[in-house]
Design a protein around this ligand. Structure first.
Ligand code: A2H
Length: 253
């Protein structure tokens, strides 16, 4: 793990349609506000390939009024950090207007910034840590072994995971190409390491390390504004473009 602060990109995914349980709990608490799930990612250049987003079903998510118009959904811990990074106002203050368990957010439809599939669903992932990032994870199954393994679990056993099968129908989208693994780095590694499910934590950690290095140092973009450029060059450009469009912000911890 990095010793210094980790520089994430906070990706703002606006809620398009609430899940039934969330709608019941929220009632009219949000009157007229724009609500965003905020994911923390180290790979903003892969957002073209988002197929869904993940929350921890047992984690608690707060709804934080970050200014007069916008509400962010994330862990309290992340909201507190944001309050000291100029992301919300007034500085140092956390204004929580609601709290919902992750399981109740599952099935909510959100906008996926820059993604080829512009609207995707919130789905459950067992391995989301409350102590990292915002507690919300963008899912890019082409390039993240954890995302691919989890999405595969959900497609195989939707009932067991308590989801409607129609929420997990999008297949991995090619985003970048690497010399060793082609345009589906994560699925290739999941196969190579014989990973059966999101429970294979040890093999997933190894696969994640390789996918990250291979994509970042040897990858070439296949889609988007920086198609044809190296991933290393494209990463800060995609991030800047997303921030300029008001769809993301810098978040560190
Ligand atoms: B990354 P690091 Cl395509 N719990 O984003 C578990 N995982 C979390 C999390 C949490 N609370 N918050 C963020 N993450 C994930 C994209 C991606 C990511 C790709 C490939 C690799 C990758 C799409 N998912 O991460 O421990 C997020 O997934 C591999 C490093 O701070 C975030 O970036 O190094 C990454 O873990 C942050 O992990």
């Amino acid at each position: 793990e990095a010793l210094g602060p980790q520089e994430y990109t906070g990706v703002k995914m606006e809620v398009v349609e609430w899940s039934k349980p969330a709608k019941e709990i929220l009632g009219d608490k949000l009157n007229g506000k724009r609500v965003f799930l905020v994911a923390a990612t180290l790979r903003p250049e892969t957002m073209y390939g988002q197929t869904n987003c993940f929350v921890g079903p047992a984690l608690k998510y707060g709804f934080f009024a970050v200014n007069d118009t916008d509400v962010y959904i994330c862990t309290y811990r992340a909201a507190r950090n944001m309050a000291f990074q100029g992301i919300s106002t007034p500085r140092g203050e956390v204004n929580q207007i609601a709290e919902v368990e992750g399981s109740k957010l599952v099935g909510t439809k959100i906008q996926a910034p820059f993604a080829i599939h512009s609207e995707v669903y919130v789905l459950p992932m067992d391995n989301v840590l409350a102590t990292k990032g915002t507690g919300v994870v963008t899912s890019v199954p082409s390039d993240s072994p954890d995302d691919f393994a989890t999405l595969t679990d959900l497609k195989k056993k939707p009932e067991f995971y308590g989801i409607d099968p129609s929420w997990a129908t999008i297949d991995p989208v090619p985003v970048l190409s690497t010399p060793t693994y082609g345009d589906m780095t994560a699925p290739a590694l999941v196969k190579q390491f014989k990973i059966q499910s999101q429970k294979d934590i040890k093999q997933l950690a190894e696969a994640k390390e390789i996918a990250y290095k291979e994509g970042f140092y040897n990858g070439t973009m296949l889609v988007g504004e920086f198609k044809g450029e190296s991933v290393q060059d494209a990463k800060p450009k995609v991030r800047d473009a997303m921030i300029a469009a008001g769809l993301a912000f810098a978040y560190a911890e």
